[in-house]
Design a protein around this ligand. Structure first.
Ligand SMILES: *Cc1c(COP(=O)(O)O)cnc(C)c1O
Length: 396
């Protein structure tokens, strides 16, 4: 089957929720992705920050193969060794004490929102349930998480929203403080906004948010679904600022490709999630947690974070050079290997041309080219991507 044949077939029965690029993905290895016609692409999107270890990392593949033949599923009515080990690893390397496992970022955020409501209701009364989130945030596609998201475009057609959210400009601690009232129970933020345009808050912002939360008895929740698991050069993005939350959500890269979500919380908060309060059939199943253990160990032990920092600096410097050269590039920003290039023109056409030339990037918030290569990317691969990009920018 050619790519064209697949695309025509998919058009018949796949829901139309994505405006897909004309690429039929059949194989991946490291930073490379192949389509059904045998064309090879340099993948600087990495499954939207899922493939932090590149495609089909050998340790993740081996772990999955072995576990698949041993035990796929048994339910959370029983204890699962790989789930226990993964929870230990996450707590050892973060602020957390306990982990709830689920299957996606949206579910992890749903768990966090349920937990902050329960914590607040039991500690402070039923009237205290509002969560402050940021404008331009993204927290998922369920009814609850689109309600939490500070962007109107994800809500169109799905009214009414779940009540209990207030939105403030990202990076503005004074605005956040002003939004707190007697109904507020928590603040939910991405330490670096991904979908909203790769927005890095001013330094000191998270510390000030933490101070406000402490003063007002609010829980601080970080959505690290996109920027956690090494993407910014630290295992978790909050570690750059050293400002710990009470709850953190993870998903995307946690298992190195397979679907998983997790909510990490401190003991005094996690305590409010007792037996029967929340659950997930697949959450933390043997297969995914085994993959995640392999992926997280590779991230921590194989020098991947160091490579992310070095290659992040390199790519950022090289993109910054292009900003000097091309007047339509307004800003280059980000942290580690989540980098955004804000343009004064729409980025969609550049993404299409890059795809034709064999480079996968994407455009978010309309005008921000987003670079999310695997954290294992080499300098030679970055140079190759830049050569493709330059040829496109030169023609504008
Ligand atoms: C992708 C993303 C989500 C949603 O994750 P899903 O696995 O698609 O549900 C939530 N928050 C952030 C910051 C994300 O980038």
């Amino acid at each position: 089957m050619t790519s064209q044949d697949w695309i025509a077939r998919g058009d018949q029965h796949i829901a139309r929720t994505y405006a897909r690029y004309p690429l039929v993905a059949v194989k991946g290895e490291g930073c490379r992705l192949w389509d059904a016609d045998g064309k090879c692409y340099l993948d600087f999107l990495a499954g939207v920050a899922v493939n932090n270890l590149g495609h089909c990392h050998p340790k993740v593949v081996a772990a999955l193969q072995e576990q698949a033949a041993r035990l796929l599923h048994c339910s959370n009515y029983f204890h699962i060794p790989s789930q226990i080990e993964l929870a230990e690893l996450l707590c050892e390397h973060s602020f957390g004490d306990r982990v709830f496992f689920c299957n996606s970022g949206a579910e992890a955020n749903e768990a966090a929102m349920k937990l902050v409501r329960k914590y607040s209701a039991e500690r402070f009364g039923a009237d205290r349930f509002e969560v402050i989130t940021a404008l331009a945030s993204f927290h998922g596609r369920t009814i609850g998480t689109i309600s939490a998201t500070g962007q109107d475009k994800v809500k169109v057609g799905f009214a009414p929203m779940v009540p209990g959210f207030r939105y403030v400009p990202f990076g503005d601690a004074a605005a956040l403080r002003a939004a707190v009232n007697e109904h507020t129970c928590a603040v939910l933020l991405e330490p670096v906004q991904g979908e909203g345009g790769v927005n890095v808050p001013p330094s000191g912002y998270l510390a000030e948010v933490r101070r406000i939360c402490n003063e007002c008895n609010l829980l601080l929740v970080y959505d690290e679904v996109q920027v956690g698991c090494g993407r910014t050069g630290e295992l978790f993005a909050y570690q750059h600022e050293g400002v710990a939350p009470d709850i953190m959500t993870l998903a995307k890269a946690l298992a190195g490709g397979p679907p998983i979500g997790a909510m990490v919380a401190t003991e005094p908060v996690a305590e409010y999630f007792g037996p029967g309060s929340h659950g997930s059939t697949f959450g933390g199943n043997p297969l995914m947690t085994t993959a995640a253990l392999a992926a997280m160990r590779a991230l921590i032990e194989d020098g991947v974070l160091e490579n992310c920092r070095a290659m992040g600096d390199y790519l950022r410097r090289r993109l910054e050079e292009r900003r000097q050269r091309f007047p339509f590039i307004k800003e280059v920003r980000g942290r580690g290997l989540i980098l955004g290039m804000e343009l004064s023109i729409s980025g969609g056409d550049i993404v299409q041309q890059a795809l034709q030339q064999g480079l996968l990037i994407n455009c978010t918030a309309g005008t921000v080219l987003r670079f999310l290569p695997p954290l294992t990317v080499t300098q030679a691969e970055i140079d190759e991507a830049l050569a493709i990009l330059d040829a496109i920018l030169d023609r504008i």
